[in-house]
Ligand binder design. Structure first.
Ligand code: C6P
Length: 412
């Protein structure tokens, strides 16, 4: 276990508390991560010293706020290795970014008879925008299936992506099973057929190095709040030539070039896609989160989580009466593990774990078609991040055993 990660706890005072008289073990990071002091302080500093609207004023505070906001954009550009800062658009989050693509690129480029290809394990945010676009445009929405091990079935991908496909949109990592998908290979397939590749990076960017140029994606969306940043801020990366050709998403202040009575022109990238007063503090907070993760090193972040999964996953799989969904190979995983205990509803499991101080999520995880494909209604889900330790994994194992025994299903 990378020992320097143990020291991170000091930066996350929220973790230093008891819940139901037990040490808090926060394993709901796929829903939202915690924020370190450094991010909270960046928000406080902005509001206490620099608060002003951006790109509008010539006064000192406005200039400082604008410089900080644009510096945050630059940090994100470096973090995901975009070719140009104008390819980084601030959004409200992954959902907003994916809706932006469907409403602009999708509206302009998808027509009757075309195909949009997604996978059966998509989060609803990377499903419904495409489903509704397909309905509106009389296009076909196709789903790539999974292998028995919960990986994306690449043979099925090769069969489903055709010359009629206009958009391929796939999660870089599943929010339910932690499966990492081969986005680079998918992008190659999509491009061979003249389609664009959209990646939902909500569960990937916080957990592994992501290089949008190397992946060769056309669009890549993610959220700040899952990577130590504030809520209400996210990023849409888009290839410059595509963004330039796309119509705006929303109309209003700041996104215009010139407005006449009967017509308007649009601002340059990226501001064409940032109508109205933006979440300025959120962007600056996200910049601080990027600084924090960059200092840790994303290779180390990924290694830390893989070590935890390598420790926990075989023990979970070996526990009688438990079913773990998704790849059994820790190397194919992020720190997200979905499971069910025999004869117990996952909500009861999550409530029982909460009594032991452990926060997990239970439900369909906004992935109902995946649940249907797995023949399930819901699962429990434990998701790990940089501040989680082997002691947290042990606490989960002990409490799951206690839960089984409490409900009288224990066999150990
Ligand atoms: N998944 C989860 O508990 P927003 O809400 O816009 O920040 O992110 C949406 C989203 C999109 N794609 C994936 C793969 C996601 O995991 C999420 C958010 C959370 O799994 C909340 S439902």
């Amino acid at each position: 276990m990378a020992s320097n990660f143990e020291a991170l706890h000091a930066d996350f005072p929220i973790l230093d508390q008891t819940v139901n008289d037990e040490r808090l073990v926060y394993l709901d990071n796929a829903a939202t991560a915690q924020r370190p002091n450094q991010v909270v302080q960046a928000l406080v500093d902005f509001y206490q010293h620099d608060n002003a609207n951006v790109h509008r004023g010539v006064h000192t505070l406005a200039e400082r706020a604008t410089a900080d906001y644009e510096a945050a954009r630059g940090k994100v550009k470096t973090f995901i290795n975009a070719a140009d800062t104008v390819e980084i658009i601030f959004t409200k989050g992954t959902t907003d970014g994916l809706n932006l693509i469907a409403s602009t690129y999708g509206e302009a480029n998808v027509n009757a008879g075309d195909e949009i290809v997604i996978s059966i394990m998509e989060h609803h945010s990377n499903l419904i925008p495409w489903q509704q676009l397909a309905i509106k445009k009389h296009a076909t929405l196709k789903f790539i299936g999974l292998t028995a091990d919960g990986e994306l079935d690449m043979a099925d991908a090769a069969a489903k992506i055709t010359d009629h496909t206009k958009i391929v949109a796939i999660a870089h990592a599943s929010n339910v099973m932690g499966t990492v998908t081969p986005i680079k290979e998918l992008a190659e397939l999509a491009h061979q057929h003249g389609a664009v590749m959209v990646a939902d990076g909500a569960q990937a960017v916080p957990h592994m190095p992501v290089d949008v140029q190397d992946l060769d994606v056309d669009f890549y969306a993610f959220s700040g709040h899952k990577m130590l940043g504030p809520t209400g801020i996210g990023i849409l990366y888009g290839r410059k030539a595509l963004l330039q050709a796309m119509p705006p998403y929303q109309y209003g202040g700041e996104m215009i070039g010139f407005v006449h009575q009967q017509s308007s022109t649009w601002a340059e990238l990226p501001w064409k896609f940032e109508a109205g007063t933006q979440n300025i503090a959120g962007a600056i907070g996200l910049g601080a989160a990027v600084d924090y993760l960059t200092k840790l090193g994303m290779v180390n972040v990924q290694k830390h989580e893989q070590e935890l999964v390598a420790y926990l996953l075989p023990k979970l799989i070996a526990m009688p009466g438990i079913t773990v969904y998704g790849p059994q190979d820790p190397a194919k995983h992020t720190g997200v593990l979905a499971f069910n205990l025999e004869n117990l509803h996952p909500h009861d499991v999550a409530t029982a774990l909460d009594m032991e101080g452990i926060a997990v999520r239970a439900g369909h995880h906004c992935a109902q078609p995946l649940m249907e494909a797995l023949g399930l209604v819901a699962t429990a889900r434990a998701s790990f991040y940089i501040y989680n330790t082997q002691a947290d994994a042990d606490q989960l194992l002990t409490s799951l055993q206690a839960t089984k025994e409490f409900f009288n299903h224990g066999t150990i």
